[in-house]
Design a protein around this ligand. Structure first.
Ligand code: UD1
Ligand code: UDP
Length: 370
């Protein structure tokens, strides 16, 4: 039962990773008697978002149902801003929380700024310092960093990035990344992979979806996987394919119908975590998976030229391999062939969090509003 003194907090989710990483915060805020919580789904993603909301039992109070097939950045941003303006005027929240670096995050931060509503940025301070890479996420983060009131950073490094940009120290809170909260909760469940693989066969898990990899880089990633699968018939390759048509078209064309390559629809988070646990190593351009893999002791080869998540690389549990066929093949083959190299990367250290990030975020808000 809410009272007039309660603080109305809106948690926004737009895409799959935002929902996974915001779920622990939503769950923690639900337990706070002083909070009048609203969950706002922009639904920048539809099916991918709904998969996550189902897993965590979250029912949005408001759903903008924004997604359109093959949506362009400008129209997506414009439509988000118009719809968000109406919602914020009607709801008049005391605070709004956003997560990460998507178009949803940028649009919410801007719409809140125009209406004078304070924004808390979860997973703040990640930077490559190259505004064009990742595109458009680096710009989304930089702009959101200028507009946010609270900056919940995962690591000391991300705190330093914000200080370098002139953000006041007292507005930055090192919390860890909420993805580890979500991961540990789900990983504790005993779920089997929805794919029959002989126990003695090794599994390489693959994902790719970044805009900067569309076209030639993604084609090279696929060619490398094709060659690796042919060279290693004793290894299985599982690739849950992101539904963006820029991804599905190339992946289906180059990797379908190969005996040891398994293409699947996106897995729901429970089954994806089961796949992470069952995997021997991971090839990905995803942000979130760079954080999850080390926490599960799985070596991760990052299919990008730059990353805003340097901590895992510095600690030797992730490696930046880019998108050249030879580089991907060489790094993967080394891990498959050489147990010393493999063991050195499979250390099971978690640079991004300890599973208590959401709790810390809620405590900061509680202190602010009390
Ligand atoms: C978005 C984010 C990216 C994030 C990724 C997570 C931006 C600019 N990009 O990229 O930072 O890493 O989400 O996955 O915010 N689609 C579906 N069903 C879905 C989801 C997507 O069919 O449930 C298809 C649609 O055709 C949609 C397209 O994918 O138009 C692109 O979606 P969009 O959110 O614009 O970009 P992503 O590549 O998913
Ligand atoms: N993920 C999932 N199912 C899949 C692929 C990924 O649940 O088939 C999860 C993954 O564990 C991670 C998140 O989705 O938590 C990453 O999302 P994505 O790679 O789409 O976005 P990014 O992290 O790059 O922004």
């Amino acid at each position: 039962m809410n009272t007039d003194n309660d603080k109305k907090i809106i948690c926004v989710v737009g895409t799959r990773p935002e929902a996974i990483k915001m779920a622990p915060v939503i769950q923690a805020l639900k337990n706070e008697p002083w909070v009048d919580l609203r969950v706002l789904a922009t639904a920048q993603h539809r099916h991918l978002l709904d998969q996550v909301l189902n897993v965590f039992g979250i029912e949005p109070d408001i759903d903008l149902n924004i997604m359109r097939p093959n949506q362009a950045l400008t129209t997506l941003t414009a439509r988000l801003l118009l719809d968000l303006d109406d919602v914020l005027l009607a709801e008049k929240p005391d605070a709004v929380l956003v997560q990460g670096d998507t178009t949803t995050v940028l649009a919410v931060a801007l719409a809140c700024f125009y209406q004078g509503i304070p924004v808390g940025h979860v997973e703040a301070g990640l930077r490559t310092w190259n505004i064009n890479n990742p595109f458009p996420e680096e710009a989304n983060r930089v702009i959101t960093g200028k507009l946010a009131h609270w900056h919940f950073v995962p690591t000391e490094g991300s705190r330093h990035n914000l200080l370098r940009e002139g953000v006041a120290d007292e507005k930055i809170f090192i919390t860890g990344n909420t993805v580890i909260d979500a991961l540990l909760t789900i990983a504790a469940r005993n779920i089997t992979l929805p794919l029959q693989i002989e126990p003695d066969r090794r599994l390489v898990l693959i994902t790719a979806h970044r805009r900067e990899n569309f076209g030639e880089p993604l084609r090279h990633i696929c060619l490398a996987i094709q060659a690796l699968a042919q060279k290693n018939p004793d290894v299985d390759f599982l690739f849950p394919v992101h539904p963006n048509p820029n991804v599905t078209d190339i992946v289906n064309k180059l990797l379908a119908n190969k005996p040891n390559i398994h293409l699947s629809a996106p897995l729901d988070y429970v089954h994806f975590v089961a796949a992470l646990k069952r995997s021997y190593l991971i090839l990905t351009d995803s942000g979130g998976i760079q954080e999850e893999a080390p926490a599960l002791g799985k070596p991760v080869l990052v299919l990008r030229d730059e990353t805003e998540r340097p901590e895992a690389i510095e600690q030797g549990v992730a490696k930046l391999v880019g998108t050249h066929v030879d580089h991907i093949m060489q790094a993967t083959q080394h891990l498959l062939d050489d147990t010393t190299i493999y063991q050195a990367m499979a250390k099971g250290i978690s640079p991004y969090g300890d599973g208590h990030a959401a709790e810390r975020i809620v405590n900061v808000l509680k202190e602010h509003f009390s």
